[in-house]
Write a protein that binds this ligand. Structure first.
Ligand SMILES: Cc1cc2nc3c(=O)[nH]c(=O)nc-3n(C[C@H](O)[C@H](O)[C@H](O)COP(=O)(O)OP(=O)(O)OC[C@H]3O[C@@H](n4cnc5c(N)ncnc54)[C@H](O)[C@@H]3O)c2cc1C
Length: 461
């Protein structure tokens, strides 16, 4: 209680939530669980975060940073001995520099607010994911979020020029450079990007912006084999180059179950083709870009690479196409109970990997086992949702083995973009070597010797 009183003196009454009010707060973005922290601390400035950490350091009090709670690997999970440090009162967009194309934001700003603020200046922030309304920039940075436009703009890592972090002992490290070129020793910001709150609390960031595109076009294209899809990826890459903003592939199992069987959509193409891709381009010349895009699709159809294609003729048609791909609720309704995966592997191995997985599932669980697959194929990334029937913890475990183990042989990764958190910790050695893990432990011990920041996430002690 002594510690809470000291913290209250720093953040004020509104900055500290204790007792029964803690459990009223959500434990995840959809409010399916409730917060189980000892107390929730809501500082309003970097200085307050620093003071709070100094107190926690002195008291050896473990903390868990919390953004929008949309993380999918239990990275924000908090227990009754831990304090949750929330960024919900750090929501200011501090400045935008339209000439240098940068934006300075506090960590609690939702991704969508950043996107909208950039748009007001004719600019664009290159990271986009369907949790945009709830996830925060601090959470995106801490998980190095990817999303739908990585093929064009890279992951969060490529879109952060500088940041400010509070260390376990309360030290504020300001690396708020807005320079594109800055080779002055170790790139310290990279320590905090993707480290899931285990090395420091990200309090502010300098984001890199891009000119907003003037022309945009979206199509959904069907292919009768994965090989033809890869031919299209090469064709589109050579003709459209940097104009490609998204290349989102849905296997027929996903398109059919979510797009058709759920009854929640008006699918633009018939189900039954092997794979579908949503391809989206963005450029600077409406007439020229549209002509090239149409031409690429025509060539693909004429050469028998694509089996069918529809170009969105309006924003509502575009939204309808994306609605299938982003229908998380539909997936839950159609697939629950299920276990989800976010893996990467070389594109050339994908079809064989998916086919073998489908076969193993059938052999072990019979025809009733459901699997949907979609992914950011241009970025090597597949998302799988698997529902073995009948559902049990052992069945879930078997499915995890089936999905993860082959990745070690294929040079794949057990986490493409969601991170490790608690959920994937035991599978991490399949993707990282013993020396890499040992170095991660040394970095953690150097920055957080008392294991106070998001302890047990990524690495077990
Ligand atoms: C519908 C849906 C779609 C999604 N799509 C994608 C996708 O396409 N690509 C993708 O990469 N992810 C995706 N995600 C996962 C998730 O949105 C991202 O991981 C997101 O970056 C998390 O942000 P958050 O603010 O919700 O962070 P939280 O969930 O609150 O936290 C995530 C992790 O970061 C830590 N953390 C949070 N804020 C800070 C901070 N300021 N300083 C230090 N540590 C911090 C937490 O302790 C935790 O370990 C999706 C999630 C949902 C629910």
């Amino acid at each position: 209680m002594e510690l809470l009183n000291q913290i209250r003196a720093v953040v004020g009454d509104a900055g500290l939530i204790t007792g029964e009010e803690v459990a009223i707060r959500p434990g995840d973005w959809r409010g399916r669980t409730s917060c189980s922290a000892w107390a929730v601390v809501r500082p309003r400035t970097t200085a307050e975060f620093s003071e709070v950490m100094k107190l926690c350091y002195a008291a050896r009090q473990p903390v868990v940073p919390a953004g929008g709670l949309t993380g999918l690997v239990r990275g924000h999970a908090v227990d009754a001995n831990e304090l949750q440090l929330s960024f919900e009162r750090m929501r200011n967009i501090q400045s935008i520099d339209p000439v240098g194309r940068t934006m300075i934001v506090e960590a609690g700003v939702p991704l969508q607010a950043v996107q909208e603020a950039a748009a007001e200046h004719g600019l664009l922030y290159g990271v986009d994911l369907s949790a945009r309304g709830s996830c925060t920039i601090g959470g995106n940075i801490s998980t190095n979020a990817g999303g739908n436009t990585v093929i064009r703009y890279g992951m969060t890592r490529e879109n952060v020029l500088g940041l400010e972090a509070v260390l376990a002992d309360g030290t504020v490290v300001s690396s708020m450079s807005s320079l594109l070129k800055n080779n002055t020793g170790y790139d310290l910001k990279q320590l905090f990007i993707g480290s899931e709150g285990t090395l420091g609390l990200v309090t502010r960031a300098v984001l890199r912006l891009h000119p907003a595109p003037i022309s945009e076009a979206t199509a959904i294209v069907a292919f009768d084999s994965f090989e033809k899809l890869t031919q299209f990826l090469l064709l589109a890459g050579s003709r459209l180059g940097g104009m490609i903003r998204s290349f989102e592939v849905m296997w027929n199992n996903f398109y059919e179950i979510i797009g058709v069987r759920s009854g929640r959509h008006r699918p633009p193409l018939a189900a039954g083709h092997e794979v579908y891709v949503i391809v989206e381009v963005a450029g600077t010349d409406i007439e020229r870009d549209e002509a090239i895009f149409q031409d690429v699709l025509t060539v693909a159809l004429e050469k028998g690479i694509a089996a069918d294609a529809v170009v969105a003729a309006s924003k509502s048609q575009r939204d309808a196409i994306w609605a299938i791909r982003e229908d998380v609720e539909g997936e839950i309704i159609m697939m629950d109970p299920a276990t989800d995966f976010d893996v990467s592997l070389p594109i050339v191995q994908m079809q064989e990997y998916v086919r073998e997985l489908q076969n193993s599932l059938r052999t072990e669980f019979g025809e009733d086992a459901l699997m949907t697959v979609y992914g950011h194929v241009g970025d090597n990334n597949l998302h799988l949702l698997v529902s073995p029937r009948p559902w049990s913890d052992e069945a879930k475990r078997r499915v995890q083995e089936m999905v993860y183990r082959p990745l070690a042989v294929l040079g794949g990764s057990v986490s493409a973009e969601h991170g490790i958190g608690l959920s994937k910790r035991e599978w991490l050695p399949l993707s990282r070597g013993a020396e890499e893990l040992a170095l991660m432990r040394r970095i953690k011990a150097a920055l957080d010797p008392h294991n106070l920041l998001n302890r047990g996430k990524i690495l077990a002690r």
